[in-house]
Write a protein of this length. Structure first.
Length: 448
Protein backbone atom coordinates (compact mmCIF):
# COMPACT_ATOMS: atom_id res chain seq x y z
CA UNK A 1 0.00 0.00 0.00
CA UNK A 2 2.80 2.46 0.85
CA UNK A 3 4.13 3.61 -2.49
CA UNK A 4 5.89 6.66 -1.07
CA UNK A 5 9.02 6.49 0.99
CA UNK A 6 8.86 9.95 2.46
CA UNK A 7 6.84 10.82 5.51
CA UNK A 8 5.12 14.18 5.15
CA UNK A 9 3.90 16.67 7.72
CA UNK A 10 1.92 19.90 7.68
CA UNK A 11 -0.31 22.09 9.81
CA UNK A 12 -3.85 21.14 8.79
CA UNK A 13 -5.74 23.90 10.56
CA UNK A 14 -5.88 27.52 9.29
CA UNK A 15 -3.18 29.99 10.29
CA UNK A 16 -3.96 32.14 13.31
CA UNK A 17 -4.79 31.72 16.94
CA UNK A 18 -7.47 29.22 18.00
CA UNK A 19 -8.41 26.74 20.71
CA UNK A 20 -6.54 23.89 19.08
CA UNK A 21 -4.43 23.29 15.99
CA UNK A 22 -3.71 20.02 14.24
CA UNK A 23 -0.33 19.02 12.89
CA UNK A 24 -0.68 16.03 10.63
CA UNK A 25 1.92 13.50 9.54
CA UNK A 26 1.59 10.63 7.05
CA UNK A 27 4.03 7.95 5.96
CA UNK A 28 5.79 4.82 7.11
CA UNK A 29 8.01 6.71 9.57
CA UNK A 30 5.18 8.64 11.26
CA UNK A 31 5.19 6.52 14.40
CA UNK A 32 8.96 6.44 14.79
CA UNK A 33 9.24 10.21 14.22
CA UNK A 34 6.47 10.78 16.76
CA UNK A 35 8.16 8.53 19.33
CA UNK A 36 11.17 10.87 19.40
CA UNK A 37 9.02 13.65 20.85
CA UNK A 38 6.04 12.12 22.59
CA UNK A 39 6.07 11.25 26.27
CA UNK A 40 3.02 9.09 26.87
CA UNK A 41 1.87 6.11 28.99
CA UNK A 42 1.87 3.80 25.95
CA UNK A 43 4.89 3.67 23.69
CA UNK A 44 3.94 4.97 20.20
CA UNK A 45 5.13 1.74 18.58
CA UNK A 46 2.35 -0.03 20.54
CA UNK A 47 -0.38 2.40 19.44
CA UNK A 48 -3.35 0.69 17.83
CA UNK A 49 -5.17 2.05 14.83
CA UNK A 50 -7.99 4.55 15.43
CA UNK A 51 -6.77 5.36 18.91
CA UNK A 52 -6.18 8.63 20.72
CA UNK A 53 -3.49 9.33 23.33
CA UNK A 54 -2.71 12.07 25.78
CA UNK A 55 0.93 13.05 26.31
CA UNK A 56 3.63 15.70 26.42
CA UNK A 57 5.31 16.83 23.25
CA UNK A 58 8.98 17.36 24.09
CA UNK A 59 12.15 18.45 22.37
CA UNK A 60 15.63 17.94 23.88
CA UNK A 61 14.02 17.25 27.24
CA UNK A 62 11.91 20.44 27.21
CA UNK A 63 8.12 20.28 27.23
CA UNK A 64 6.69 22.11 24.20
CA UNK A 65 2.99 21.41 24.74
CA UNK A 66 0.39 19.13 26.26
CA UNK A 67 -1.12 17.24 23.30
CA UNK A 68 -3.69 14.67 22.19
CA UNK A 69 -2.50 12.41 19.39
CA UNK A 70 -4.87 10.53 17.06
CA UNK A 71 -3.36 7.50 15.37
CA UNK A 72 -4.47 5.70 12.22
CA UNK A 73 -2.37 2.73 11.11
CA UNK A 74 -2.00 1.72 7.42
CA UNK A 75 -4.13 0.79 5.56
CA UNK A 76 -6.92 2.10 7.82
CA UNK A 77 -6.30 5.79 7.31
CA UNK A 78 -7.18 8.71 5.03
CA UNK A 79 -3.99 8.31 2.96
CA UNK A 80 -3.66 4.56 3.37
CA UNK A 81 -0.37 5.20 5.21
CA UNK A 82 0.36 5.52 8.94
CA UNK A 83 -1.08 8.86 10.05
CA UNK A 84 -0.67 10.72 13.30
CA UNK A 85 -2.55 13.90 14.04
CA UNK A 86 -1.18 15.98 16.87
CA UNK A 87 -3.85 18.16 18.48
CA UNK A 88 -1.95 20.94 20.21
CA UNK A 89 -2.86 24.31 21.68
CA UNK A 90 -3.75 26.64 18.85
CA UNK A 91 -1.06 29.29 19.05
CA UNK A 92 1.00 30.07 15.99
CA UNK A 93 4.28 29.63 17.80
CA UNK A 94 3.51 26.26 19.40
CA UNK A 95 2.02 24.82 16.21
CA UNK A 96 4.98 25.85 14.07
CA UNK A 97 7.44 24.63 16.69
CA UNK A 98 5.84 21.18 16.68
CA UNK A 99 5.96 21.05 12.87
CA UNK A 100 9.63 22.13 12.89
CA UNK A 101 10.49 19.38 15.37
CA UNK A 102 8.78 16.74 13.21
CA UNK A 103 10.73 18.02 10.19
CA UNK A 104 13.97 17.97 12.19
CA UNK A 105 13.26 14.36 13.15
CA UNK A 106 12.83 13.15 9.59
CA UNK A 107 9.50 14.30 8.14
CA UNK A 108 9.27 16.38 4.95
CA UNK A 109 6.97 19.34 4.56
CA UNK A 110 3.79 18.33 2.66
CA UNK A 111 2.87 20.05 -0.58
CA UNK A 112 -0.68 21.42 -1.07
CA UNK A 113 -3.11 18.51 -1.40
CA UNK A 114 -0.41 15.92 -0.85
CA UNK A 115 -2.36 13.96 1.78
CA UNK A 116 -5.34 13.62 -0.57
CA UNK A 117 -3.08 12.91 -3.54
CA UNK A 118 -1.56 10.02 -1.60
CA UNK A 119 -5.07 8.81 -0.73
CA UNK A 120 -5.85 8.79 -4.47
CA UNK A 121 -2.56 7.15 -5.48
CA UNK A 122 -2.96 4.53 -2.75
CA UNK A 123 -6.44 3.65 -4.03
CA UNK A 124 -8.32 5.06 -1.03
CA UNK A 125 -10.46 7.24 -3.31
CA UNK A 126 -11.03 7.84 -7.00
CA UNK A 127 -10.43 11.18 -8.70
CA UNK A 128 -14.05 12.35 -8.42
CA UNK A 129 -13.94 11.78 -4.66
CA UNK A 130 -10.64 13.66 -4.39
CA UNK A 131 -12.16 16.55 -6.33
CA UNK A 132 -15.15 16.43 -3.98
CA UNK A 133 -12.82 16.94 -1.01
CA UNK A 134 -11.61 20.24 -2.43
CA UNK A 135 -15.14 21.24 -3.48
CA UNK A 136 -16.42 20.54 0.01
CA UNK A 137 -13.66 22.65 1.56
CA UNK A 138 -14.45 25.52 -0.78
CA UNK A 139 -18.22 25.15 -0.85
CA UNK A 140 -20.00 28.34 0.11
CA UNK A 141 -23.63 27.34 -0.29
CA UNK A 142 -26.06 24.59 0.64
CA UNK A 143 -26.30 23.24 -2.90
CA UNK A 144 -22.57 23.15 -3.63
CA UNK A 145 -22.09 21.31 -0.34
CA UNK A 146 -24.77 18.76 -1.30
CA UNK A 147 -23.16 18.07 -4.68
CA UNK A 148 -19.72 17.71 -3.09
CA UNK A 149 -20.86 15.35 -0.35
CA UNK A 150 -22.73 13.12 -2.79
CA UNK A 151 -19.59 12.96 -4.93
CA UNK A 152 -17.46 12.26 -1.87
CA UNK A 153 -19.79 9.40 -1.05
CA UNK A 154 -18.81 7.93 -4.42
CA UNK A 155 -22.16 8.40 -6.17
CA UNK A 156 -20.67 9.74 -9.40
CA UNK A 157 -17.98 7.09 -9.23
CA UNK A 158 -20.50 4.26 -8.98
CA UNK A 159 -22.67 5.67 -11.82
CA UNK A 160 -19.59 5.74 -14.05
CA UNK A 161 -18.43 2.32 -12.90
CA UNK A 162 -21.83 0.84 -13.87
CA UNK A 163 -21.58 2.27 -17.39
CA UNK A 164 -17.98 1.11 -17.71
CA UNK A 165 -18.96 -2.44 -16.75
CA UNK A 166 -21.66 -2.46 -19.42
CA UNK A 167 -19.24 -1.22 -22.08
CA UNK A 168 -16.64 -3.82 -21.10
CA UNK A 169 -19.14 -6.68 -21.24
CA UNK A 170 -20.31 -5.59 -24.66
CA UNK A 171 -16.79 -5.08 -25.96
CA UNK A 172 -15.73 -8.54 -24.76
CA UNK A 173 -18.70 -10.02 -26.59
CA UNK A 174 -17.74 -8.17 -29.77
CA UNK A 175 -14.09 -9.14 -29.52
CA UNK A 176 -15.06 -12.78 -29.12
CA UNK A 177 -17.10 -12.46 -32.28
CA UNK A 178 -14.13 -10.97 -34.11
CA UNK A 179 -12.29 -14.21 -33.34
CA UNK A 180 -15.27 -16.27 -34.47
CA UNK A 181 -15.62 -14.32 -37.68
CA UNK A 182 -12.04 -15.19 -38.55
CA UNK A 183 -13.24 -18.76 -38.53
CA UNK A 184 -16.31 -17.82 -40.55
CA UNK A 185 -18.56 -18.23 -37.50
CA UNK A 186 -19.72 -14.66 -36.93
CA UNK A 187 -22.77 -14.70 -34.69
CA UNK A 188 -23.41 -11.07 -33.88
CA UNK A 189 -26.93 -9.75 -34.13
CA UNK A 190 -26.46 -6.14 -35.20
CA UNK A 191 -29.97 -5.14 -34.25
CA UNK A 192 -29.49 -6.35 -30.69
CA UNK A 193 -26.06 -4.79 -30.54
CA UNK A 194 -27.45 -1.45 -31.64
CA UNK A 195 -30.11 -1.63 -28.95
CA UNK A 196 -27.49 -2.32 -26.26
CA UNK A 197 -25.38 0.57 -27.52
CA UNK A 198 -28.42 2.84 -27.46
CA UNK A 199 -29.02 2.07 -23.79
CA UNK A 200 -25.39 2.85 -22.90
CA UNK A 201 -25.51 6.02 -24.99
CA UNK A 202 -28.58 7.17 -23.08
CA UNK A 203 -26.80 6.66 -19.78
CA UNK A 204 -23.75 8.66 -20.86
CA UNK A 205 -26.05 11.32 -22.30
CA UNK A 206 -27.77 11.61 -18.93
CA UNK A 207 -24.37 12.00 -17.29
CA UNK A 208 -23.43 14.79 -19.70
CA UNK A 209 -26.76 16.50 -19.11
CA UNK A 210 -26.27 16.42 -15.35
CA UNK A 211 -23.07 18.38 -16.01
CA UNK A 212 -24.91 21.58 -16.83
CA UNK A 213 -26.70 21.39 -13.51
CA UNK A 214 -23.74 20.08 -11.48
CA UNK A 215 -21.41 22.80 -12.72
CA UNK A 216 -23.97 25.50 -11.86
CA UNK A 217 -24.44 24.08 -8.36
CA UNK A 218 -20.74 23.55 -7.77
CA UNK A 219 -18.95 26.32 -9.62
CA UNK A 220 -21.79 28.86 -9.53
CA UNK A 221 -24.41 30.44 -11.78
CA UNK A 222 -22.80 33.19 -13.84
CA UNK A 223 -24.88 36.37 -14.00
CA UNK A 224 -23.40 39.13 -16.13
CA UNK A 225 -24.64 42.71 -15.90
CA UNK A 226 -24.36 44.33 -19.31
CA UNK A 227 -25.91 47.16 -21.27
CA UNK A 228 -25.41 50.75 -22.32
CA UNK A 229 -22.92 52.94 -20.53
CA UNK A 230 -24.24 55.02 -17.67
CA UNK A 231 -27.39 52.88 -17.41
CA UNK A 232 -26.51 52.09 -13.80
CA UNK A 233 -24.91 48.63 -14.16
CA UNK A 234 -22.29 49.20 -11.50
CA UNK A 235 -24.93 50.66 -9.17
CA UNK A 236 -27.08 47.53 -9.61
CA UNK A 237 -24.01 45.33 -9.14
CA UNK A 238 -23.24 47.07 -5.84
CA UNK A 239 -26.83 46.59 -4.69
CA UNK A 240 -26.78 42.87 -5.58
CA UNK A 241 -23.49 42.19 -3.82
CA UNK A 242 -24.45 44.55 -0.96
CA UNK A 243 -21.11 46.28 -1.13
CA UNK A 244 -19.87 49.48 -2.80
CA UNK A 245 -17.44 47.34 -4.76
CA UNK A 246 -17.69 48.89 -8.22
CA UNK A 247 -16.94 52.53 -9.01
CA UNK A 248 -20.02 54.60 -9.87
CA UNK A 249 -19.83 58.01 -11.53
CA UNK A 250 -22.01 60.01 -13.90
CA UNK A 251 -19.29 59.78 -16.57
CA UNK A 252 -20.19 57.25 -19.27
CA UNK A 253 -17.43 54.63 -19.62
CA UNK A 254 -16.59 54.48 -15.90
CA UNK A 255 -16.24 50.68 -15.71
CA UNK A 256 -13.36 49.39 -17.79
CA UNK A 257 -12.23 46.03 -16.46
CA UNK A 258 -14.94 43.60 -15.38
CA UNK A 259 -15.51 42.98 -11.68
CA UNK A 260 -16.66 39.69 -10.16
CA UNK A 261 -18.23 38.94 -6.77
CA UNK A 262 -19.85 35.81 -5.34
CA UNK A 263 -23.19 35.98 -3.60
CA UNK A 264 -25.54 33.34 -2.23
CA UNK A 265 -29.23 33.47 -3.19
CA UNK A 266 -31.50 30.82 -1.67
CA UNK A 267 -28.58 28.43 -1.28
CA UNK A 268 -27.29 28.92 -4.83
CA UNK A 269 -23.83 30.28 -5.51
CA UNK A 270 -24.21 33.20 -7.92
CA UNK A 271 -21.19 34.74 -9.59
CA UNK A 272 -22.09 38.32 -10.47
CA UNK A 273 -20.05 40.24 -13.04
CA UNK A 274 -20.10 43.98 -13.69
CA UNK A 275 -18.88 44.87 -17.17
CA UNK A 276 -17.95 47.91 -19.24
CA UNK A 277 -20.91 49.58 -20.93
CA UNK A 278 -21.27 48.54 -24.56
CA UNK A 279 -20.93 51.52 -26.85
CA UNK A 280 -18.74 52.75 -29.68
CA UNK A 281 -15.79 54.47 -28.12
CA UNK A 282 -12.53 56.05 -29.29
CA UNK A 283 -10.84 55.36 -26.01
CA UNK A 284 -8.29 52.56 -26.31
CA UNK A 285 -8.64 51.37 -22.69
CA UNK A 286 -12.43 51.44 -22.82
CA UNK A 287 -12.42 49.42 -26.05
CA UNK A 288 -10.28 46.71 -24.45
CA UNK A 289 -12.85 46.69 -21.61
CA UNK A 290 -15.71 46.37 -24.10
CA UNK A 291 -13.99 43.40 -25.74
CA UNK A 292 -13.59 41.80 -22.34
CA UNK A 293 -17.30 42.42 -21.69
CA UNK A 294 -18.16 40.37 -24.76
CA UNK A 295 -15.98 37.48 -23.68
CA UNK A 296 -17.56 37.48 -20.19
CA UNK A 297 -21.03 37.71 -21.76
CA UNK A 298 -20.22 34.62 -23.84
CA UNK A 299 -19.58 32.58 -20.72
CA UNK A 300 -22.69 33.84 -18.90
CA UNK A 301 -25.59 31.64 -17.86
CA UNK A 302 -27.76 34.75 -17.62
CA UNK A 303 -27.47 38.37 -18.72
CA UNK A 304 -29.01 41.29 -16.94
CA UNK A 305 -29.48 43.72 -19.80
CA UNK A 306 -29.70 47.16 -18.19
CA UNK A 307 -31.37 50.28 -19.63
CA UNK A 308 -31.74 53.71 -18.15
CA UNK A 309 -35.55 54.09 -18.18
CA UNK A 310 -35.22 57.82 -18.80
CA UNK A 311 -32.70 57.55 -21.65
CA UNK A 312 -34.90 56.12 -24.36
CA UNK A 313 -31.99 54.48 -26.17
CA UNK A 314 -32.55 51.41 -28.26
CA UNK A 315 -29.46 49.32 -27.80
CA UNK A 316 -27.80 48.35 -31.06
CA UNK A 317 -25.31 46.00 -29.42
CA UNK A 318 -27.97 43.63 -28.07
CA UNK A 319 -28.20 41.83 -31.39
CA UNK A 320 -24.63 40.61 -30.87
CA UNK A 321 -25.53 38.67 -27.76
CA UNK A 322 -26.53 35.45 -29.54
CA UNK A 323 -29.09 33.31 -27.79
CA UNK A 324 -28.14 34.11 -24.22
CA UNK A 325 -30.82 33.88 -21.62
CA UNK A 326 -31.45 37.39 -20.31
CA UNK A 327 -33.55 39.56 -18.07
CA UNK A 328 -34.23 43.06 -19.27
CA UNK A 329 -33.74 45.56 -16.44
CA UNK A 330 -35.07 49.12 -16.51
CA UNK A 331 -33.13 51.16 -13.98
CA UNK A 332 -33.61 54.61 -12.39
CA UNK A 333 -37.36 54.24 -11.86
CA UNK A 334 -37.06 56.77 -9.02
CA UNK A 335 -36.84 59.40 -11.77
CA UNK A 336 -40.19 58.39 -13.27
CA UNK A 337 -43.39 59.85 -11.86
CA UNK A 338 -45.88 57.80 -13.82
CA UNK A 339 -45.65 54.33 -12.25
CA UNK A 340 -48.25 52.84 -14.61
CA UNK A 341 -45.56 52.25 -17.21
CA UNK A 342 -44.19 49.33 -15.14
CA UNK A 343 -46.60 46.93 -16.74
CA UNK A 344 -44.42 44.43 -18.59
CA UNK A 345 -44.02 41.49 -16.21
CA UNK A 346 -41.02 40.10 -18.05
CA UNK A 347 -39.05 43.29 -17.31
CA UNK A 348 -37.42 44.03 -13.97
CA UNK A 349 -38.04 47.65 -12.97
CA UNK A 350 -35.52 48.81 -10.39
CA UNK A 351 -33.90 51.79 -8.80
CA UNK A 352 -30.33 51.09 -7.82
CA UNK A 353 -30.48 54.40 -5.96
CA UNK A 354 -33.38 53.59 -3.63
CA UNK A 355 -33.18 49.78 -3.81
CA UNK A 356 -36.75 49.52 -5.10
CA UNK A 357 -37.33 46.38 -7.18
CA UNK A 358 -33.98 44.77 -6.31
CA UNK A 359 -35.63 41.92 -4.36
CA UNK A 360 -37.93 41.23 -7.31
CA UNK A 361 -34.88 41.19 -9.58
CA UNK A 362 -33.23 38.64 -7.28
CA UNK A 363 -36.37 36.47 -7.45
CA UNK A 364 -36.31 36.70 -11.24
CA UNK A 365 -32.68 35.58 -11.28
CA UNK A 366 -33.50 32.56 -9.08
CA UNK A 367 -36.41 31.61 -11.34
CA UNK A 368 -34.02 31.44 -14.29
CA UNK A 369 -31.71 28.87 -12.67
CA UNK A 370 -32.57 25.70 -14.47
CA UNK A 371 -31.73 23.01 -11.92
CA UNK A 372 -33.35 20.28 -9.80
CA UNK A 373 -33.96 18.12 -12.84
CA UNK A 374 -31.60 15.44 -11.59
CA UNK A 375 -31.31 13.54 -8.39
CA UNK A 376 -28.11 14.75 -6.71
CA UNK A 377 -27.94 11.47 -4.79
CA UNK A 378 -27.19 9.64 -8.05
CA UNK A 379 -24.13 11.80 -8.57
CA UNK A 380 -23.72 14.73 -10.93
CA UNK A 381 -20.86 15.76 -13.17
CA UNK A 382 -19.67 18.82 -11.33
CA UNK A 383 -16.75 20.40 -13.15
CA UNK A 384 -15.54 21.17 -16.65
CA UNK A 385 -12.83 18.48 -16.58
CA UNK A 386 -15.39 15.76 -15.90
CA UNK A 387 -17.81 17.19 -18.46
CA UNK A 388 -15.15 17.27 -21.21
CA UNK A 389 -14.29 13.61 -20.60
CA UNK A 390 -17.95 12.51 -20.49
CA UNK A 391 -18.61 14.38 -23.73
CA UNK A 392 -15.66 12.59 -25.33
CA UNK A 393 -17.15 9.29 -24.16
CA UNK A 394 -20.54 10.16 -25.63
CA UNK A 395 -18.98 11.04 -28.98
CA UNK A 396 -17.18 7.68 -29.12
CA UNK A 397 -20.38 5.84 -28.31
CA UNK A 398 -22.25 7.63 -31.07
CA UNK A 399 -19.47 6.58 -33.45
CA UNK A 400 -19.85 2.99 -32.31
CA UNK A 401 -23.59 3.19 -33.04
CA UNK A 402 -22.95 4.61 -36.49
CA UNK A 403 -20.43 1.84 -37.22
CA UNK A 404 -23.01 -0.72 -36.10
CA UNK A 405 -25.76 0.76 -38.27
CA UNK A 406 -23.44 0.74 -41.26
CA UNK A 407 -22.06 -2.71 -40.34
CA UNK A 408 -18.58 -1.51 -41.19
CA UNK A 409 -16.79 -4.09 -39.08
CA UNK A 410 -16.66 -5.27 -35.51
CA UNK A 411 -13.08 -4.05 -35.06
CA UNK A 412 -14.26 -0.47 -35.50
CA UNK A 413 -17.06 -0.88 -32.99
CA UNK A 414 -14.66 -2.43 -30.47
CA UNK A 415 -12.22 0.43 -31.04
CA UNK A 416 -14.89 3.08 -30.42
CA UNK A 417 -16.00 1.30 -27.27
CA UNK A 418 -12.43 1.26 -26.04
CA UNK A 419 -12.23 5.03 -26.69
CA UNK A 420 -15.48 5.54 -24.74
CA UNK A 421 -14.14 3.51 -21.81
CA UNK A 422 -10.90 5.46 -21.74
CA UNK A 423 -12.79 8.75 -21.64
CA UNK A 424 -14.95 7.61 -18.71
CA UNK A 425 -11.94 6.17 -16.92
CA UNK A 426 -10.35 9.61 -17.16
CA UNK A 427 -13.17 10.99 -14.99
CA UNK A 428 -12.53 8.58 -12.15
CA UNK A 429 -8.75 8.84 -12.59
CA UNK A 430 -8.06 5.29 -13.70
CA UNK A 431 -6.05 6.56 -16.63
CA UNK A 432 -5.31 10.21 -16.18
CA UNK A 433 -2.14 12.08 -17.08
CA UNK A 434 0.18 13.27 -14.30
CA UNK A 435 -0.36 16.80 -15.57
CA UNK A 436 -4.12 16.65 -14.93
CA UNK A 437 -3.63 14.96 -11.57
CA UNK A 438 -1.11 17.60 -10.48
CA UNK A 439 -3.37 20.43 -11.63
CA UNK A 440 -6.20 19.02 -9.49
CA UNK A 441 -4.13 18.66 -6.32
CA UNK A 442 -2.41 22.02 -6.78
CA UNK A 443 -5.77 23.64 -5.95
CA UNK A 444 -5.75 22.14 -2.45
CA UNK A 445 -4.53 23.82 0.66
CA UNK A 446 -1.51 22.57 2.59
CA UNK A 447 -2.41 19.96 5.18
CA UNK A 448 -5.25 18.33 3.22
N1 LIG B 1 -31.50 58.54 -10.08
C1 LIG B 1 -30.81 57.43 -10.26
N2 LIG B 1 -29.52 57.49 -10.64
C2 LIG B 1 -28.85 56.31 -10.79
C3 LIG B 1 -29.44 55.07 -10.55
N3 LIG B 1 -28.52 54.10 -10.80
C4 LIG B 1 -27.40 54.75 -11.18
N4 LIG B 1 -27.58 56.08 -11.18
C5 LIG B 1 -26.60 57.09 -11.55
O1 LIG B 1 -26.24 56.89 -12.91
C6 LIG B 1 -24.87 57.18 -13.13
C7 LIG B 1 -24.19 56.00 -13.76
O2 LIG B 1 -24.20 54.92 -12.86
P1 LIG B 1 -23.23 53.69 -12.98
O3 LIG B 1 -23.68 52.68 -12.01
O4 LIG B 1 -21.81 54.14 -12.90
O5 LIG B 1 -23.55 53.24 -14.46
P2 LIG B 1 -22.82 52.16 -15.37
O6 LIG B 1 -23.86 51.56 -16.22
O7 LIG B 1 -22.03 51.24 -14.53
O8 LIG B 1 -21.88 53.08 -16.25
P3 LIG B 1 -20.54 52.66 -17.07
O9 LIG B 1 -19.67 51.87 -16.18
O10 LIG B 1 -19.98 53.98 -17.38
O11 LIG B 1 -20.99 51.94 -18.26
C8 LIG B 1 -24.32 57.56 -11.77
O12 LIG B 1 -24.32 58.96 -11.66
C9 LIG B 1 -25.32 56.94 -10.79
O13 LIG B 1 -25.37 57.63 -9.56
C10 LIG B 1 -30.83 55.04 -10.12
O14 LIG B 1 -31.44 54.01 -9.91
N5 LIG B 1 -31.44 56.25 -10.00
MG1 LIG C 1 -20.04 50.82 -14.50
Amino acid sequence: MNKHNSTIAAISTPAGIGGISIVRMSGSKSISILSKSLKCKTLPKNFRTNSIHHGKFVDSGKIIDDVMVSVFISPNSYTGEDIVEINCHGGNFVTHRILQILLKNGAQIAKPGEFTKRAFLNGKMDLTEAEAVIDLIHSKTKHSQEVAISQLEGKLYSSIKKILNKITTLRTEIELNIDFSEQGLEKINFKELLEKLRIIKKEIELLVNTGNEGIILNEGYRVVIAGESNAGKSSIFNKLVENERSIVTDIPGTTRDYIEEDISLQGYLIKVFDTAGLRKSNNKIENVGIEKSFSIINKAHLLLWVHDITANIKSSMKSQLNDKDFIEVFNKIDLVKNKTIYKNSSIAYVSALTGEGIDKLKAKIISKIDVNKYDISNGLISNSRQLAAATKGLKALKKAMKATQEKIGLEFIAFDLRTASKALEEIIGKITSDEIINSIFDKFCVGK
